[in-house]
Ligand binder design. Structure first.
Ligand code: C2E
Ligand code: CA
Ligand code: CA
Length: 657
């Protein structure tokens, strides 16, 4: 009878060992987001396999009446004890890693430290047990019985498990409630297993309990991993806000509930983040952004949704009745950030594209598309801070898209041609250069730049145009040279948008040298504007262009706000004074003009006056010692063959005495 019972126990243990082995192999094969967890699980499962096998063997060998039987049973028991210690040790280690990985801790809590100590003590005790007959006594028939201290040895693991359970319950907010229940349930199995084992002899409840706990940990790890992956897929990690996928998922839920038309959807982008990076440095600018996110998080109500697409791009769903309040928050919010040791208020505002969600069928794609169109319209077309998309805007954008496609086709078909406007040296009244100005020859009609350049600037097509123009100018110069003409230097316009191209100077040089044209025949004109200059890029590009031997002019000087500082930072070769400066020059402006000319000469920069229409303007410019003049007074921008005549003729009539 006894024999059958033992075989049954052994059978159960063998089966459990096989399952544990299977889990171990599985754990080795699966990818884990936390490699430490994987290592602990493998250790723990391997020990469980070992324990179950040894215990199964102990049931097989218990009562073996051979001279070696005593030794075999003792060794099996001792190894079993050690494995139990080790499994408990892994369990504590697992909880430690999990607890620490939740991010906020760098110090091990006392409870875990004490359980580690207890575990080590127990391990030593178990070793001792092998050499004494305090815990187990093996009788003459090799059956083992419990010694005086058996209960003491069983109490220690019980204490450890109780400690761990209390620790888990105390930290349930960290372990999350679902997992706390799972842990506590596993521990209860362990406690029950230990207690039952204490009062019954010859059963293997404790070992089976340990096996169940290792299975529970395995399941827990997979669940945790799955949850982490889901969280990572739906959350923007730095802020913890929903990312694009998360925002999509939330929109879907709200649509399903039928509440979506209670909301307005927004796409917004913090204004001047680049400027903040320059002003405060990347780290402080980041702090400002984080404080801004906190401020928004507080402002948003429970039913609203705030998401972050990355960087300073955000999306939101806000209840319609709070639209005005939202506009206020977007137009100006103040965050407090410590700068140079002082708590300073920083004003932050955003450009917003909005969509008033109506009762028509909605989908996340439609909502996202509406708000991204709205913000791109706000940023690129209307330059307003807050735009709600409507039919009118969508029509305009369709129109813009059509124009864009036409321009692109025009570029491909070579419909854009350079016109050349002469520059005249008033000391000799000779042609001294020209500016290449684009014209669009579309179906026989000549379209002036103001009709297409703004769209090209908005869409960056301008960069294609500028290199296209350079290419065509170079072709023309090559022809003139081949015909034996001596063309003077041609200025080519370059939009500041090109400064994003790190290889700009190389690209320009490649085109020019590709036509075998001396670099002295090409000058690059870069416009001054009111926009914040990417000064570093500008300086780099100008230096590189100089390195290749090109001269560089600053165009429309005097129209921007940073003229003088720009001259200080970047070494231009020439300065073109804008038409507006020359046209309306009253006494004060005349004085300013003459100072600019004087100053430019003092720092060795050539001055060219643009848009000069009247001989009297020429006279006064000559008096101010401005030698180079470009304007209708001499010539309008000319077709290539007309300009060729000017090269041949060279001379202009001296329009003043
Ligand atoms: P801009 O570079 O300041 O060019 C000077 C503009 O003033 C030209 O207008 C020229 O025709 C005009 N102009 C010259 N003298 C007179 C004058 O005496 N009276 C008047 N009323 N106007 C005069 P355009 O050709 O219409 O070009 C306008 C702007 O388009 C240019 O201003 C330039 O910013 C841009 N642009 C033209 N071609 C290109 C190009 O190839 N690339 C880039 N990026 N921009 C270009
Ligand atoms: Ca120009
Ligand atoms: Ca100009």
């Amino acid at each position: 009878m006894v024999n059958i019972t033992i075989s049954f126990q052994a059978f159960i243990l063998f089966i459990a060992a096989a399952v544990a082995l299977f889990l171990t192999v599985f754990t080795v094969m699966i990818k884990f987001s936390m490699p430490k967890m994987k290592a602990i699980l493998i250790k723990m499962e391997l020990c469980t396999v070992g324990l179950l096998l040894f215990m199964a063997l102990s049931y097989v060998f218990d009562g073996t009446k051979s001279p070696n039987g005593f030794i075999i049973v003792s060794v099996i028991n001792a190894v079993g004890f050690l494995l139990i210690c080790f499994i408990l040790y892994c369990y504590i280690e697992y909880l430690t890693v999990l607890y620490m990985s939740k991010g906020r801790f760098n110090k091990l809590p006392d409870t875990l430290k004490n359980t580690f100590k207890l575990c080590v003590i127990w391990m030593l005790l178990s070793c001792l047990a092998v050499f004494t007959d305090r815990i187990y006594i093996i009788d003459e028939n090799n059956y083992y019985k419990r010694g005086d201290y058996f209960y003491l040895a069983s109490v220690i693991p019980l204490v450890i498990i109780v400690f761990l359970t209390v620790f888990i319950i105390q930290n349930r907010s960290i372990f999350k409630i679902k997992f706390t229940i799972l842990f506590v349930a596993s521990n209860c199995i362990l406690i029950a297993g230990t207690v039952i084992q204490m009062f019954r002899f010859g059963d293997c409840f404790f070992e089976i309990a340990i096996f169940l706990v290792s299975v529970a940990l395995y399941v827990f790890t997979l669940m945790e991993q799955n949850e982490e992956l889901q969280l990572a897929a739906y959350t923007e990690l730095k802020s913890g806000l929903p990312n694009a996928h998360g925002f999509f998922a939330i929109i879907c839920q709200i649509i399903q509930k039928g509440n979506i038309s209670n909301y307005n959807a927004y796409y917004f982008d913090v204004v001047g983040m680049g400027g903040m990076n320059n002003k405060y440095g990347d780290k402080k600018a980041n702090e400002i952004l984080i404080s801004y996110i906190d401020l928004l998080r507080n402002w948003f109500e429970k039913d609203d949704v705030l998401g972050r697409l990355g960087g300073d791009f955000f999306v939101a769903l806000v209840k319609k009745e709070r639209t005005e309040e939202f506009m206020k928050v977007m137009s100006d919010s103040v965050v407090n950030v410590i700068i140079n040791g002082n708590n300073q208020p920083v004003h932050v505002s955003s450009v917003v594209g909005g969509y008033k969600i109506d009762d028509t069928p909605q989908s996340p794609e439609k909502i996202m598309s509406k708000i991204s169109t709205a913000i791109s319209y706000a940023k690129n077309v209307s330059k307003e801070r807050f735009v709600f998309i409507d039919d009118e805007i969508e029509k305009k954008l369709i129109e813009e898209k059509r124009n864009y496609d036409n321009i692109l086709k025009g570029l491909e078909n070579g419909e854009f041609v350079p016109y050349y406007q002469p520059k005249v040296n008033t000391e000799t009244f000779e042609l001294c250069g020209c500016e290449a100005l684009v014209r669009w020859l579309k179906n026989g009609e000549l379209i002036p730049p103001y009709k297409f350049i703004p769209l090209m600037e908005r869409t960056d097509l301008i960069c294609n145009l500028d290199l296209y123009m350079l290419e065509h100018v170079c072709r023309d110069i090559r022809e003139w040279l081949d015909e034996g003409l001596c063309p003077p230097c041609v200025s080519v316009n370059l939009s500041r948008k090109n400064l994003n191209n790190e290889n700009l100077a190389e690209d320009i040089h490649k085109i020019v040298s590709g036509h075998n044209i001396p670099v002295s025949l090409i000058q690059i004109e870069i416009t001054e504007t009111n926009d914040a200059y990417p000064l570093i890029e500008l300086k780099k590009a100008v230096d590189k262009l100089h390195g290749f031997g090109f001269s560089v002019a600053i165009d429309d000087f005097g129209t921007g706000s940073s003229s003088i500082s720009l001259l200080k930072e970047v070494s231009f070769d020439a300065l073109k004074i804008d038409k507006t400066f020359i046209d309306y020059a009253d006494d004060k402006e005349q004085k300013l003009l003459s100072y600019i000319i004087e100053m430019a000469k003092a720092i060795d920069i050539n001055v060219i006056a643009e848009g000069v229409e009247e001989p009297v303007q020429v006279e006064s410019l000559i008096n101010m010692e401005c030698t180079y003049i470009q304007g209708y007074v001499f010539d309008k921008p000319l077709e290539k063959h007309e300009y060729e005549d000017r090269i041949r003729r060279k001379k202009y009539p001296a329009i003043i005495q």
